[in-house]
Design a protein around this ligand. Structure first.
Ligand code: C2E
Ligand code: MG
Ligand code: MG
Ligand code: MG
Length: 286
């Protein structure tokens, strides 16, 4: 029986590896076509000012509307795109689409909102990154301070000096830089004071067990106050309950994002969450 189980496990193991390889090959082949066919889309998840409850912007999150597989979430294809290098054109599309959204928001009277995009390691190291972004900003007539860049700590560890240079160039363009998933990676508080960054996003891992895990509450409170001392603004990710919202607000966390406020939604649904403006009312009556 043990032998049989071992064999089954072995089969399961090889099959799953085989499947992984199949998916890898399939996605590698399909992604460039999918981009041309318009199968990728961005959803927008609101970021809320925890003091006032106002929406201050959104994080743009990519989806693949696959003709056979349905909606494919990013963790399943971003890593493939990263390895094949397709993340560079795909990432350009993400930034261009987010800037189009910013332009549309501005035209509807929401020029004060920010949109954040996620950058992966390969994109971040692309020597064309800065010129690509500034070209898109110019073409779409978007103010650089409306575009926020999210990067992870792990991404910065490869070459810290090079990362600092790139971040400085992005900031010089006027963009805001956020550290994503803070606390779960290879964190070093020491880097925080050296890095040119503006925003720290506390990973959902610390938020999800509030109020059941006291240690998570202590850590979250400590991250917020440390970030504030370093002059960073803090976004809490993955807020799902009102208890979590109240806890974060009481600990002076600036902004929040999570299913409690809204899931990531298409642009029109995001805009429907915003308070009415004159421009928006005009647009809707047209
Ligand atoms: P992330 O940047 O940390 O994004 C937050 C993820 O948490 C999103 O998953 C979002 O849908 C999810 N989330 C937000 N609020 C809640 C909540 O209250 N509860 C729970 N359980 N989850 C919540 P998503 O959209 O599947 O994205 C996963 C990751 O894929 C992102 O993590 C980001 O690292 C990456 N990603 C997404 N879009 C892009 C992109 O355009 N480019 C790159 N390079 N990576 C992307
Ligand atoms: Mg993010
Ligand atoms: Mg995150
Ligand atoms: Mg815990």
């Amino acid at each position: 029986q043990a032998k049989e189980m071992g064999r089954n496990q072995f089969r399961f193991f090889t099959e799953s590896l085989h499947e992984q390889l199949q998916t890898y090959i399939r996605f590698t082949r399909e992604m460039p076509v999918a981009l041309e066919k318009g199968e990728f889309l961005l959803n927008y998840q609101p970021q809320v000012d925890l003091k006032t409850g106002e929406i201050i912007g959104a994080e743009a999150l990519i989806r693949w509307q696959h003709p056979e597989l349905g909606i494919v979430p990013p963790p399943e294809f971003i890593s493939v795109a990263e390895e094949t290098g397709f993340i560079v054109p795909l990432g350009r599309w993400v930034i261009a689409t987010a800037c189009e959204a910013l332009r549309e928001l501005k035209a509807s009277g929401y020029g004060h909102l920010r949109v954040a995009v996620n950058l992966s390691a390969r994109q971040f190291r692309d020597p064309q990154l800065i010129s690509m972004i500034s070209q898109i900003l110019k073409d779409t007539d978007v103010a650089p301070d409306q575009l926020e860049i999210e990067i992870t700590e792990t991404l910065l560890m490869h070459d810290v000096q090079q990362a600092i240079n790139t971040l400085q160039e992005l900031q010089a363009l006027g963009m805001t830089i956020a550290i994503d998933d803070f606390g779960i990676g290879y964190s070093s508080f020491n880097y925080l004071k050296t890095l040119p960054i503006n925003v720290l996003k506390v990973d959902r891992e610390f938020i999800k067990d509030i109020p059941d895990h006291l240690d998570d509450m202590e850590i979250t409170a400590a991250i917020i106050s440390m970030a504030h001392r370093l002059n960073l603004r803090v976004v809490a990710e993955g807020i799902e309950t009102q208890v979590q919202q109240v806890f974060l607000e009481e600990h002076a966390c600036d902004f929040g994002q999570g299913y409690l406020f809204s899931r990531p939604v298409p642009l029109d649904r995001f805009m429907a969450l915003l308070p009415a403006t004159e421009a928006r009312a005009q647009e809707l009556s047209d």
